[in-house]
Structure formats: C-alpha cells, structure tokens
Design a protein around this ligand. Structure first.
Ligand SMILES: [Zn+2]
Ligand SMILES: [Zn+2]
Length: 140
C-alpha cells in the first residue's frame, strides 16, 4: 500500500473498482508521485497491456473531480497528477531533470499574503513552487 493511500481512500468511498481503474489508481499511489497522463498510461500499460488510453484519461479525470487526485502544473510543460490531495503541500522542482518533491514550508503561504495585497479577493488556496537543482543535477 502506498503512503498516499489513494486505493484505501477510493475503497472507503465505494469507488467502482474495475481491474483497469484499479491499475490506474495503483500507478498513482505513493509518495512524491507527480506523473503526466502519458506516464500514467505507460505504467498502466506495462501492468495491463490491453488498457486503453481513453480509460486511463477518463479515470484520471474522474479521480480529479472526486478530489482524490490533484492536477499540478509546476514545470510549464504537461499537467501532472498528484495523489497527495488531502495533505496540503508545496512543490520543490529540479529545473534540469524535472524531479518533483512534496514539501511542507513553515507557516501557511495563504496567511503570508497581507490584507493590503488581497484586492478584495476571497482567497481559497496558495501554491508555491521552489525551483533549483536536485543533488543529481547540481554541479559537483
Ligand atoms: Zn535534477
Ligand atoms: Zn505533490
């Protein structure tokens, strides 16, 4: 069982678990998982060769609308799917290889925006992306 316990959460809410849908959920389950739809498709197909692109994409869309998987756009390229949807976190991104880690900064980034900078908005969420080089990409 992955640390994000996506499968457990889906079972708990009575999600219809066909073999194909379970494979998609299994591919996404875990810590620091931020896969593009094509990566999910490739990993799902490695386990279940007959799985279709449409099933993978539809399942991803459904998991997002259930609020069990988040869409994140951290690298300006393809959207990524993140099963860690129930624990607020920010992202640390390697500018070279694209590795993404879930991180938990001190303090609430939402609270960090002063009232004078809110322009009357009712603010519901804040996303912070920390960028740099991972240990494998940093020059020695
Ligand atoms: Zn890197
Ligand atoms: Zn994340």
């Amino acid at each position: 069982m992955g640390m994000s316990d996506l499968l457990g959460r889906l079972r708990g809410r009575g999600w219809r678990m066909t073999v194909q849908r379970r494979v998609v959920a299994e591919v996404l389950d875990g810590e620091h998982v931020h896969l593009t739809a094509d990566e999910v498709l490739a990993r799902a197909a490695a386990r279940l060769p007959e799985i279709s692109r449409a099933t993978v994409y539809n399942t991803l869309g459904e998991l997002v609308s259930l609020g069990e998987v988040m869409e994140v756009a951290t690298d300006g390229r393809a959207k990524r799917y993140d099963p860690n949807a129930h624990r607020p976190h920010q992202h640390l991104v390697c500018s070279t290889c694209g590795t993404i880690r879930d991180v938990h900064p001190d303090g609430d980034p939402l609270a960090a925006l002063p009232a004078s900078e809110r322009y009357g908005f009712t603010i519901s969420a804040a996303e912070v992306t920390y960028r740099g080089l991972c240990p494998g990409c940093a020059p020695a």
